[in-house]
Ligand binder design. Structure first.
Ligand SMILES: Cc1cc2nc3c(=O)[nH]c(=O)nc-3n(C[C@H](O)[C@H](O)[C@H](O)COP(=O)(O)OP(=O)(O)OC[C@H]3O[C@@H](n4cnc5c(N)ncnc54)[C@H](O)[C@@H]3O)c2cc1C
Length: 446
């Protein structure tokens, strides 16, 4: 078939490889210039955490080893408290890690790998402007020449991100198209910790650093050159501590010295970065359907944009490709059946990871510094070690268990949380947490 993909981001690029390997002719049209030539960053130079679902997506087309070369394992959270003390919380069992990758680096690598397929062509500076819901006719406008290209492919994929033009066109043309978009109160800003001498790491390399401060937080992920990309997540406006109130150099320094005193000496360009880098919003998008007239389908952020606190947006998009591929296998290229089952299967999982991501914001910014919450995690970890077939902690289900659907993980996680709330309410739980009594109670409740 002739397939057109709108968007050569992370998901569009990977999807093209899956489709090309099945013999389809794939044309990708991308609004931006070729970032490999223009040396522009892929939008935001934010690092992404790649975990097992993402790896599975890459392995499915045999490119995981290529990506491993540009990924740094992070085995746990390294917590920086306000008083300067620190704590380390492993993410899972030994050797279980999530991986820090630069968005630009992984996107460029995926584009390189896509272009190695003889039946993939990439077209840059081409902005999708219109898609016809009945025919799948799609129109791109060249952003340099204004030339219009109109195509009539057999199939169109909208992989054009959170503000998808394909989705917008479907929204305008389809009666009863469900669309729900909401912003959380926090926005984010990228900052930086440069490398030490000779490219050394000034804070622990193989960890995701968190400065949890209740209603806001800063995180840092490692880069190969010894630097860390930091992200400050802070209320946009309306609160005493918010971006709205950080207007001058003095405001910024006062805020950082008060809240992140151990980080400030590591951030020599803090003030410059703060005022140069944009403050960006965080949106969740839920919509349905994802498939239109057996001709057009949404995938990745275009179908389900989520906030980044579970580190799953890209991973979820890569998993979309895995599911689609397994359905192509199952239905032997019967595309109406493939697409129908794809949207029915994936929609509950897209919704579930969107909700989990919001829930994890509260956990990261607030609870990672809370002694009671840490005790709860300790009890869960111990119980799970003893009864691995009865209890997989929610974080592990989402991050390290690609065979468990996000929707199942959410359901199971809520059930576990209800049990743990009862356990944590026991008087003296601090002293009896590893007793037989507590273990028996959990077993009964399960
Ligand atoms: C701050 C932040 C941190 C994140 N951290 C993580 C993380 O740790 N782990 C994780 O898994 N995910 C993370 N994510 C989510 C992740 O970035 C997205 O889920 C992922 O990029 C989705 O890939 P995509 O290909 O669907 O969309 P995108 O990567 O956004 O790609 C869409 C592409 O479509 C192009 N495009 C847009 N409009 C048009 C048009 N009209 N015509 C043609 N082309 C168009 C764009 O230029 C872009 O290249 C994070 C997101 C943010 C904002």
């Amino acid at each position: 078939m002739n397939i057109v993909i709108s968007g050569s981001g992370l998901v569009g690029s990977l999807l093209s490889i899956y489709l090309a390997k099945r013999g389809h002719k794939v044309d990708i049209y991308e609004r931006r210039p070729d970032m490999r030539k223009a040396k522009i960053s892929a939008g935001k130079s934010i690092n992404l955490a790649l975990s097992d679902r993402g790896w599975k997506g890459l392995e499915g087309v045999g490119i995981a080893d290529e990506i491993r070369k540009i990924a740094i394992p992070m085995y746990g959270r390294f917590i920086h408290h306000k008083d300067g003390s620190t704590a380390y919380q492993a993410y899972g069992k030994k050797e279980q890690a999530i991986y820090s990758v630069s968005r630009g680096a992984i996107n460029m690598k995926l584009m390189d790998l896509a272009e190695q397929q003889p039946n993939i062509s990439m077209h840059f500076n081409e902005r999708c402007d219109y898609v016809d819901k009945n025919t799948g006719t799609i129109k791109f406008i060249n952003t340099e020449t204004n030339n219009v290209t109109t195509l009539n492919p057999d199939l169109v994929f909208g992989a054009d991100g959170a503000f998808s033009a394909v989705r917008l066109n479907m929204q305008l043309q389809n009666d009863r198209f469900d669309y729900h978009q909401f912003y959380i109160e926090a926005s984010y800003k990228e900052l930086s910790i440069p490398p030490g001498e000779n490219g050394s790491f000034l804070i622990k390399k193989n960890a995701l650093h968190i400065w949890p401060r209740g209603s806001f937080m800063m995180i840092a992920l490692p880069n190969f050159d010894g630097s860390f990309t930091c992200t400050l997540f802070l209320t946009h406006e309306g609160a005493e501590k918010s971006f709205e109130h950080l207007k001058t150099k003095e405001d910024v320094l006062k805020f950082f010295n008060e809240e992140f005193p151990d980080a400030v000496p590591l951030m020599p360009t803090l003030v410059e970065d703060f005022f140069t880098n944009p403050t960006s919003s965080l949106v969740t998008v839920k919509c349905y359907p994802w498939v239109f007239n057996d001709k057009i389908a949404l995938i990745g952020d275009a179908a389900h944009a989520i906030v980044p606190f579970y580190g799953q947006g890209m991973n979820c998009g890569f998993e979309d490709c895995v599911v689609l591929n397994s359905l192509i296998e199952k239905h032997k290229e019967d595309w109406p059946k493939i697409l129908q089952e794809y949207q029915v299967l994936r929609k509950p999982d897209g919704d579930a990871i969107a909700d989990l991501a919001i829930m994890n914001f509260v956990e990261m910014r607030d609870k990672t510094a809370d002694a009671k919450f840490l005790l709860q995690k300790k009890i869960e970890a111990r119980f799970s070690e003893k009864y691995p077939d009865k209890w997989i902690p929610l974080y592990s289900m989402v991050t390290y268990s690609p065979h468990i659907r996000y929707s199942t993980a959410l359901k199971e996680g809520l059930r576990q949380e209800a049990i743990m709330q009862e356990i944590m309410a026991l008087p003296n739980i601090e002293h009896i947490w590893d007793s037989e009594e507590v273990e028996k109670m959990i077993l009964e409740k399960i």
